[in-house]
Design a protein around this ligand. Sequence first.
Ligand SMILES: *[C@@H]1O[C@H](CO)[C@@H](O)[C@H](O)[C@H]1NC(C)=O
Ligand SMILES: *[C@@H]1O[C@H](CO)[C@@H](O)[C@H](O)[C@H]1NC(C)=O
Ligand SMILES: *[C@@H]1O[C@H](CO)[C@@H](O)[C@H](O)[C@H]1NC(C)=O
Ligand SMILES: *[C@@H]1O[C@H](CO)[C@@H](O)[C@H](O)[C@H]1NC(C)=O
Length: 530
Amino acid sequence: MKPFLVVLIILKLCYSAKILGVISFPSYSHQMFYRPLWRELSLRGHQVTIITTDPMNDTSLTNLTEINTHVTYEALARHNILDAAAEASLGAAVSLLGGLLQDLTKTHFNVPEVRKLINSDAEFDLVMFETQIFAAPIVYSWRFKCPSIGVTSFDAAMEYHYNLGNLVHPVVNPDFNLYVKNTSHMSYFERVKSTVYSVLLNYYMYNYYYPIQEDVLRGFFGSTMPSLWEMTKNVSMLFIGTHPVLHDVRPINPHTITLSTIYLKPKKPLPTSIQQYLEESQNGVIYFSLGTNVKDNVFNSEKKNAILEAFAELPYNVLMKAHWVNIRIPKNVRMEKWLPQHDILRHKNVKLFITQGGINSLTESLSSGVPVLIIPFFGDQLTNTQKAIKMGYGLKLDKNLITTENVKEKVTTLIKNPKYRERADELGKILLDQPISDLDKAVYWVEYVIRYKGAHHLRSNATDLPLYQYYLLDVLMLFLAITIVLLVFMYRPLKMLLRYLRKVIVIACKKFFLWYNNRKFVTPKGVKIV
Ligand SMILES: *[C@@H]1O[C@H](CO)[C@@H](O)[C@H](O)[C@H]1NC(C)=O
Ligand SMILES: *[C@@H]1O[C@H](CO)[C@@H](O)[C@H](O)[C@H]1NC(C)=O
Ligand SMILES: *[C@@H]1O[C@H](CO)[C@@H](O)[C@H](O)[C@H]1NC(C)=O
Ligand SMILES: *[C@@H]1O[C@H](CO)[C@@H](O)[C@H](O)[C@H]1NC(C)=O
């Protein structure tokens, strides 16, 4: 073979893979997390195609193609998942969520460009898809017959850990969607609840949430398509957005890679007016933002007024990312529709961050050494809040208990007591103290999976074990069976043996007492019986 051909082949093998990335859930924070990775992979010469709900439109990235599925936001808007969370009956909550999943699947796979891709003869070396309850996009790895990596911007849901052979223990690591007061000290009731929850979650995934998405998918991919559950077991690697200062430590196999700071960008200069505002706030600034998923109408005007009144009575300036209309804004409060959050948090005058407790916000706050006051709403926010309290860099403000007094008291505690800031600073250092950057780590493992065609040597034996074998149920059954058999068959002989033994004991006792009563007393020397 000619040398230049060999060079070309090696280049192709190492440097130019075809990668398909699918971040399917309509949420800006989910998209933002892996953007630097798509960018970096394309800059390193890989041909990257991204199916995303929020394209970057960066024309300088010539090796990156984006397919826009923004229309799935409309599917999300048609179903109010907050209603599902608030629903008292389990059945009603399950069917609300089921309806959303069905709609998301239909909407996503009906996007013309997506259909074109599916029906094309495109080839890929790797599919990276978002792992979550909207599970349908895993089908891309089956469609293109190539290895896959599941990615998520927070911890993976329980069924993914389970299907990929990571230890799932409802008491060591309760699912992040289940609210537990103190995960290092669960009450008996909570332990029962978490166990039932994990069984039910797997049950509904397997029997309901996955099948209704499969029904829609078979319309696009035909009836030979295997089940999503089966496809999950073929996933080569899992990228999760966790870190021990943000989440409880959990046991994971070598194919599960943790990334938490991958999306953090280098510091950029602030817009002049914001920079000036922060500089001039000599008493310090509170930064307030409830993220992109919590809408401005979550508080009624009474709550909004209570918050603003508290701010008015505090000696600090407040910078708010919000759009509250028809309300009196105090003069120490500045409200903007959008703000460069991380760069603001990194300004030395920012003393506190009031947040909804999304994991990306907490990461940005810690990496800037700023303590937090969290008003959690849904999903992992409650769990994140408990962890922040436990780690000592934040406090919780219950969304139903918002009063002027309450807000003032919590803000003052967090700012006046230096321990919160010191702790945030220390934890931020731990968060960023890593042997290699999360971005380099992710690129390394992506290329590793491509190089070793799925890296199946990392697969755990647990992946193929049925539930009953994994939890030793069949082994325990044997012991239980032996005990039962013994009890049943040995009942009569045992009873007879016991009766015989009793007789023997009675006779022995009688003999002993006879002997005891009849024996002669020998009075020890010096003892006088009176
Ligand atoms: C695109 O990929 C090629 C190799 O396939 C590489 O040489 C080039 O630098 C990449 N360009 C950009 C802008 O990423
Ligand atoms: C990218 O382009 C799409 C449609 O072409 C547009 O809707 C979207 O707002 C753009 N995104 C950015 C970040 O500019
Ligand atoms: C959680 O439980 C642990 C262990 O019992 C205890 O040390 C810790 O103080 C508790 N944390 C909170 C926030 O209650
Ligand atoms: C799993 O991977 C194997 C080997 O790559 C392949 O033969 C099989 O069809 C895949 N199964 C599913 C359900 O994707």
